[in-house]
Design a protein around this ligand. Structure first.
Ligand code: AMP
Ligand code: ZN
Ligand code: ZN
Length: 425
C-alpha cells in the first residue's frame, strides 16, 4: 500500500486525497500528436465514425436477435458478411481495413511474424514494435486524412499509435484494454462536439470484449451471448448520441474476423513432426510460419510434414495459392501451415490450446471467419442488404465519403459504390 499523501491533514481527508490521486492516475489521457486544425476545405466535409468490434462473427446478429444492429441495417446498409484477409487475425485485418491492402502489401502479415531484414520478431504485446512506424506499410486512413488537411482521431486501432510515414492521428490513445467501453463512446462524442476547426472528421473506435468472450468461453456460450446483448445496447447508445449532434456523421460498424469452436484436446503438435530448432518460428494459433535461410532445411521439413498433413495444409512459400494473397513479403515464412478447424497448432510438448474459440483460419474455406458490415448516415442508402465482400474494399469507400484522394490500393470503389446514397441521383 503506498503511503498516503500530506501527513499533516486528518486521516479521512488523506484517504480522500489518496483516492482522488488514484482516480486521476487511472483516467486515460488522450494524446495529441500535434497542434493541428482542419484546413479550410475540410470544414464542410462529412464525418465517419469507424467502429470495430473485434471477433464479431457474421451470424451473431441473426443468431442472437440483436435488435439495434437490425435497426441500423433497416436505416442504412448491411452486408450478408464481410470476408477478412488471410490470416484471419486481429492485427493483419485491422491494418488491412485501415490501408485497403492485403497483409502481403502492408507488412503486418500476422500477429506474430519475423522480419529477416530487421532480424526481429514483431509481436502484438511488444509495445516498442507496435508503436514503431517502420513496421507499417501503406497509408492508413488517418494518415491520408491528416496529409490532406483533415483531422483524425483514434480511440484505438492497430497502427494508430505508430508514426506511420511520420504521422499519427491528431488525437489518439495508447492501447489500454481496461478503459471502459462507455468512456470510449463518450470521448468520441466529445471529439465531435469540439469547435469545428479542431473537430476530427475521421474517428476510429475499437472494442475487444466480443473477441475475448469468444476465446474464453467459445461461440455459443451464455457469456458471449450476454456480451453481445451489452454490445447491442452500447452501439444503440453511440448511434443515438451521434444523431443528437446534428452533424453529417456516418457510422460504420465492422470487425476483423469471426470465431469458431476449438478442439482443445487434440492439438496439432508441430514439435513432434519436425526439428523446430532449425527454424525461426512464428506461432499464430490456427496458422504457423517457419523461417530458414537454409533451403535444404526447408525442403526436409516440408517433406516430413506433407504426409502428416491430414488436419492442416502445408505450403512452401512459393506454392502458397494465389487466392490467399500471401506471398509478396519477406515477412511471410518459408513454410506456412494452416490448420483446419477445429484444430490448433502448438509447438511445445504438453501444451494444450487455452482458447475454447479461435480464428486465424483460411477465411475463404471457413465461413466462421466471416465478419460484419453495418453502416448508416447521410452517405448511405437506406434498408439495403449487399452480398459478402472483402474487407480491402472499405478503404476506398471511406476515402470517398470523406472526399479524400486515396492512393492505389488492393480495394476498389466500384465494389461498394452501390451502397452510397449518391448512386440514386
Ligand atoms: P487475437 O485475438 O489474438 O488476434 O488478438 C486480439 C487481441 O489484440 C485483443 O485481446 C486485444 O486486446 C489486442 N489488441 C487490439 N488492439 C491492440 C492494440 N492497438 N495494441 C495492442 N493490442 C491490441
Ligand atoms: Zn481480432
Ligand atoms: Zn481473437
Amino acid at each position: 500500500m503506498p503511503s498516503l499523501p500530506y501527513p499533516h491533514v486528518c486521516k479521512s481527508i488523506r484517504v480522500l486525497l489518496g483516492c482522488l490521486m488514484l482516480l486521476l492516475a487511472c483516467k486515460p489521457s488522450v494524446r495529441q500528436a500535434a497542434q493541428r486544425t482542419n484546413q479550410q476545405e475540410s470544414l464542410g466535409k462529412p464525418y465517419v465514425v469507424l467502429v470495430s468490434i473485434d471477433g464479431f462473427r457474421h451470424d451473431y446478429v441473426q443468431q442472437h436477435e440483436l435488435k439495434h444492429f437490425k435497426q441500423i441495417a433497416a436505416e442504412g446498409v448491411a452486408a450478408t458478411a464481410m470476408v477478412p484477409a488471410f490470416p484471419s487475425k486481429t492485427f493483419p485485418n485491422h491494418y488491412t481495413i485501415a490501408t485497403g491492402l492485403y497483409p502481403e502489401h502492408h507488412g503486418i502479415v500476422a500477429n506474430t511474424f519475423y522480419d529477416p531484414e530487421k532480424g526481429q520478431t514483431y509481436r502484438i504485446r511488444d509495445r516498442e514494435k507496435v508503436e514503431d512506424g517502420s513496421w507499417y506499410g501503406g497509408t492508413p486512413l488517418w494518415v491520408l486524412a491528416e496529409q490532406q488537411g483533415m483531422l483524425a482521431a483514434s480511440f484505438f486501432w492497430v497502427g494508430s499509435e505508430a508514426d506511420v510515414q511520420g504521422v499519427r492521428p491528431t488525437y489518439y490513445y495508447r492501447y489500454d484494454q481496461s478503459i471502459p467501453n462507455e468512456t470510449r463512446v463518450d470521448q468520441v462524442i466529445d471529439w465531435l462536439k469540439m469547435e469545428e476547426s479542431q473537430r476530427p472528421h475521421l474517428i476510429t473506435l475499437y472494442f475487444s470484449d466480443i473477441d475475448s468472450k469468444g476465446h474464453d468461453f467459445g461461440p455459443g456460450s451464455p457469456e458471449l451471448a450476454e456480451a453481445l446483448e451489452r454490445m447491442d445496447r452500447l452501439i444503440a447508445d453511440l448511434d443515438q448520441k451521434l444523431q443528437a449532434l446534428d452533424l453529417p456523421v456516418n457510422l460504420i460498424v465492422t470487425s476483423d474476423h469471426g470465431m469458431t469452436l476449438v478442439d482443445q484436446k487434440h492439438p496439432i503438435r508441430l514439435n513432434e513432426m519436425i526439428k523446430l530448432d532449425d527454424f525461426q518460428p512464428a506461432p499464430n494459433g490456427a496458422m504457423y510460419m517457419l523461417y530458414a535461410q537454409d533451403q535444404q532445411k526447408i525442403e526436409t521439413a516440408y517433406h516430413q510434414l506433407l504426409p502428416l498433413a491430414d488436419r492442416f495444409d502445408v505450403y512452401k512459400k512459393e506454392d502458397i495459392p494465389d487466392y490467399l494473397h500471401f506471398r509478396a513479403s519477406n515477412r511471410i515464412g518459408d513454410l506456412l501451415l494452416i490448420a483446419h478447424p477445429p484444430y490448433i497448432i502448438t509447438d511445445r510438448p504438453g501444451i494444450f490450446p487455452r482458447s475454447k474459440g479461435e480464428h486465424g483460419y483460411d477465411p475463404h474455406e471457413v465461413e466462421d471467419m466471416h465478419t460484419i458490415f453495418y453502416a448508416k448516415g447521410p452517405a448511405f442508402k437506406k434498408g439495403m442488404l449487399v452480398p459478402a465482400f472483402e474487407n480491402i474494399h472499405l478503404y476506398p469507400l471511406i476515402a470517398h465519403i470523406l472526399q479524400l484522394t486515396p492512393p492505389p490500393t488492393d480495394g476498389r470503389l466500384e465494389v461498394l459504390k452501390p451502397v452510397l446514397a449518391e448512386e440514386n441521383e
